[in-house]
Design a protein around this ligand. Structure first.
Ligand SMILES: CC(C)(COP(=O)(O)OP(=O)(O)OC[C@H]1O[C@@H](n2cnc3c(N)ncnc32)[C@H](O)[C@@H]1OP(=O)(O)O)[C@@H](O)C(=O)NCCC(=O)NCCS
Length: 222
C-alpha cells in the first residue's frame, strides 16, 4: 500500500450487501469508481478535483492547521500530486478523501480522509482538517456526520479510529463533541517539528452510532 502523503482497503461488496442500505449507499455503493456528493446543512462533501489544489494549499498549508498533524504538502503542486494519489487509492479500495465545500460555494476548504486499517476496511481510520477561518462554525460537525455515515453505511466499516495529539485541544475537543470515545494513549507516536508527541486514539463503533449512543443529541439526523 502506498503511504498516505499526510493525515487525514477492500473487497467491501460482501460487507455492504449484508447491511441495511441507506439512500446514500444505494446511490453510491460503488464508491471505488467515484465518490458521491454528500449534502449536509452547512457543507457538501465531494471528491477532490485537480482544480482544488490552490484552495487546499491556502486552507491547509498554514502553521495553525498543520501544527499537530502529519505535514501537508507545502506547495500547490504538492497538493496536485496528493489529489491524484487520493484518486488512485480510492480506485484501489484503500481509502477515500472528501473535499469540504461550504454550501453555496464550490471552493474546497478542508478534507475528511478515511483509510482502511485492514484488508476488508472493517476498521477504518479517519483524519480531517479545515481552514482555520472556519473553525467553530459547525462545518466540522456537519461534515463529520456525513463522513461517519458513509464509512459505516456505504463502506461497511464497524469501527472508526482517529488519532489526536494530546496537545491538540481543539482536535480532541472536536472528537469528544461528536461522541468519540477516548481509548488509550500512543506514546511518542507523532514526530512534529522535532518533538515526539503523545496521541490518543478516539473511536466510534457502528453499532453505537446506529443506536444513537454517539453524543449527537438533537443534531443526530437518521
Ligand atoms: C479539527 C478541526 C477540523 C475541528 O474543527 P473545528 O471547527 O475547530 O471544531 P469545533 O469548533 O466544531 O469543535 C471543537 C471543540 O473543541 C473545543 N475546544 C477548543 N479548544 C479546546 C481545547 N484547548 N481543549 C479542549 N476543547 C477545546 C471547542 O470549544 C469545540 O467545542 P464546542 O463546539 O462544544 O465549543 C479543526 O480544528 C482543524 O482543522 N484543526 C487542524 C487540523 C487538526 O488538528 N485535525 C485533527 C486531527 S485529530
Amino acid at each position: 500500500m502506498e503511504k498516505m502523503p499526510y493525515q487525514a482497503h477492500a473487497d467491501v461488496d460482501a460487507l455492504v450487501s449484508t447491511r441495511p442500505l441507506t439512500d446514500a449507499s444505494r446511490q453510491s455503493n460503488d464508491w471505488r469508481t467515484g465518490l458521491p456528493e454528500l449534502t449536509g446543512s452547512l457543507v457538501t462533501l465531494r471528491e477532490l478535483q485537480a482544480s482544488d489544489a490552490t484552495s487546499l494549499f491556502i486552507a491547509l498549508a498554514t502553521a495553525e492547521v498543520s501544527r499537530f498533524i502529519s505535514p501537508p504538502p507545502t506547495t500547490v503542486e504538492g497538493f496536485g500530486r496528493f489529489i491524484a494519489w487520493t484518486h488512485r487509492q480510492r480506485a484501489a479500495g484503500q481509502y477515500v478523501c472528501f473535499a469540504i465545500v461550504p454550501r453555496g460555494s464550490d471552493v474546497a476548504v478542508g478534507l475528511f480522509q478515511v483509510r482502511s486499517l485492514e484488508p476488508d476496511f472493517g476498521t477504518a481510520e479517519w483524519g480531517f482538517a479545515l481552514a482555520s477561518e472556519l473553525w467553530g462554525t459547525g462545518m466540522f460537525a456537519d461534515g463529520a456526520r456525513l463522513t461517519i455515515e458513509f464509512t459505516f453505511d456505504v463502506i461497511g466499516s464497524y469501527r472508526l479510529e482517529a488519532r489526536a495529539a494530546i496537545k491538540n485541544g481543539r482536535g480532541s475537543g472536536a472528537l469528544q463533541k461528536i461522541g468519540a470515545v477516548r481509548e488509550g494513549v500512543l506514546r511518542k507516536s507523532l514526530l512534529r517539528n522535532g518533538e515526539f508527541l503523545d496521541q490518543c486514539v478516539w473511536t466510534i463503533l457502528a453499532e453505537e452510532w446506529r443506536d444513537g449512543a454517539a453524543a449527537w443529541g438533537d443534531q443526530m439526523i437518521h
